[in-house]
Design a protein around this ligand. Structure first.
Ligand SMILES: NC(=O)c1ccc[n+]([C@@H]2O[C@H](COP(=O)([O-])OP(=O)(O)OC[C@H]3O[C@@H](n4cnc5c(N)ncnc54)[C@H](O)[C@@H]3O)[C@@H](O)[C@H]2O)c1
Ligand SMILES: [Zn+2]
Ligand SMILES: [Zn+2]
Length: 369
């Protein structure tokens, strides 16, 4: 955090990762956010991370994100300031930030569809400035923040801002994984791996992970995948049909966000099965109703709501869920462009999830790099 030199009195700047159109990201000085509404809080970020969705944004796949937006929807930090109507949080509280902003009162919030909140939704790093900065403004702080329970590691917690609730809600729950199922997960990035970790809570018989990256497939095996398939030869669907004695999978989870991987899901789904789309798609896909019309399948799409976050926090706190093992790389905020590069080229760098620490003036503790 640095005092702005331009007016000599009131502008307080911070470092932030800013989007400037497809392919263009820059680490810049930006004014530190201020409270805008009495329900807001300002949080000083201590740990943030990069999501596959940020890579889609960088590609230009998410048109809602416009030039000048500070990216990031994952973070842990310390409450710096609260608006007059914030009841549950105070300066100094260590908090987990949910990617979803929700008023808690509108018709969609009352249905538990917080990501469709009429006054919020997925806004952070999308339609409002996000967490890849020294400070962030959190609207509806009472519902957008969670107190970090004692003993919960920051890096484990930051996996709960987005990835673990996404894997669980959009993957395992939408796909209705049940005991004895054969599950195929296409994409072994942090979100696919989170689907793998949370699908196991429902006792499937088999989980087959599909990716192009052998390092991520190796991680998947150590996280509980029973089989892995490298799809770089374009024959993943045939291989999975062989592995399932031509039956296909009961649940196919798409965790990439491109047509090729959605096609794999359509090709491997068993009669009566569920295709749970998780990936953010920037382009249309072809829906093969000429094959699927008679096979009793269910196709779901979902934006994560974060309603499972309190439950996941308890599981992390009790040691039932080891979220920290998703983290492979650590960077300082000053090196965030390198962190993007490492995550975008995950196979080359043997990367799973990369976390970014704010160790600047006023920032968190020094990371073990
Ligand atoms: N629905 C939601 O609410 C929600 C929330 C968060 C993330 N997401 C989306 O989930 C997806 C995964 O996120 P992530 O952070 O794990 O991303 P990531 O980019 O780290 O992982 C994507 C993985 O897909 C693999 N892949 C790419 N092309 C492939 C192919 N042809 N066949 C097989 N594998 C292939 C890559 O090797 C990589 O391991 C992204 O689309 C992200 O935007 C959705
Ligand atoms: Zn995310
Ligand atoms: Zn609402």
């Amino acid at each position: 955090m640095t005092k702005g030199a331009d007016d000599g009195k009131s502008v307080t700047n911070m470092k932030a990762l800013v989007y400037h159109g497809a392919g263009k990201l820059a680490l810049e000085d930006r004014p530190r956010p201020k409270l805008a509404k009495p329900t807001d809080a300002i949080v000083r970020i201590t740990t943030t991370s990069i999501c596959g969705t940020d890579l889609h944004i960088k590609k230009g796949d998410v048109p809602a994100v416009t030039d000048g937006r500070i990216l990031g929807h994952e973070g842990v930090g310390i409450v710096e300031e609260t608006g007059a109507e914030v009841a549950g949080f105070h300066k100094g509280d260590k908090v987990l930030i949910s990617l979803i902003t929700s008023c808690g009162r509108c018709a969609f919030c009352r249905k538990g569809m917080y990501s469709h909140c009429m006054a919020g939704g997925w806004q952070l790093g999308n339609t409002i400035d996000g967490t890849q900065a020294e400070y962030v403004r959190i609207p509806f702080a009472d519902t957008g923040l969670y107190q970090l329970p004692p003993g919960v590691d920051e890096e484990a917690a930051v996996m709960l801002s987005c990835n673990l609730p996404t894997g669980l809600e959009c993957g395992a729950l939408s796909g209705r994984v049940k005991p004895g199922d054969v599950v195929g997960i296409v994409g072994a990035g942090p979100v696919g791996l989170a689907a793998l970790l949370t699908a196991q809570l429902y006792s499937p018989a088999e989980i087959i992970m599909i990716d192009l990256d052998d390092n991520r497939l190796k991680a998947a095996s150590s996280f509980g995948a029973t089989k892995t398939v490298n799809s770089s030869d374009g024959k993943a669907a045939e291989r999975i049909m062989e592995l399932t004695q031509k039956a296909g999978v009961d649940v196919a989870i798409e965790a990439v966000g491109i047509a090729a991987t959605f096609d794999i899901c359509q090709a491997i789904i068993a009669p009566g099965g569920h295709i749970a789309n998780v990936g953010v798609h920037g382009k249309p896909v072809e829906l093969h109703l000429e094959k699927l019309w008679s096979t009793n399948i269910t196709l779901t799409t979902r934006l994560v709501d974060g309603g499972t976050t309190p439950m996941l926090l308890k599981m992390v706190q009790s040691g039932r869920l080891d979220a920290k093992k998703l983290v492979s790389h650590r960077f300082n905020l000053a090196e965030i462009l390198k962190a993007y590069d490492t995550f975008a080229n995950a196979a080359k760098n043997h990367a799973l999830k990369v976390v970014v620490k704010n160790t600047g003036p006023g920032g968190g503790e020094k990371p073990e790099l």
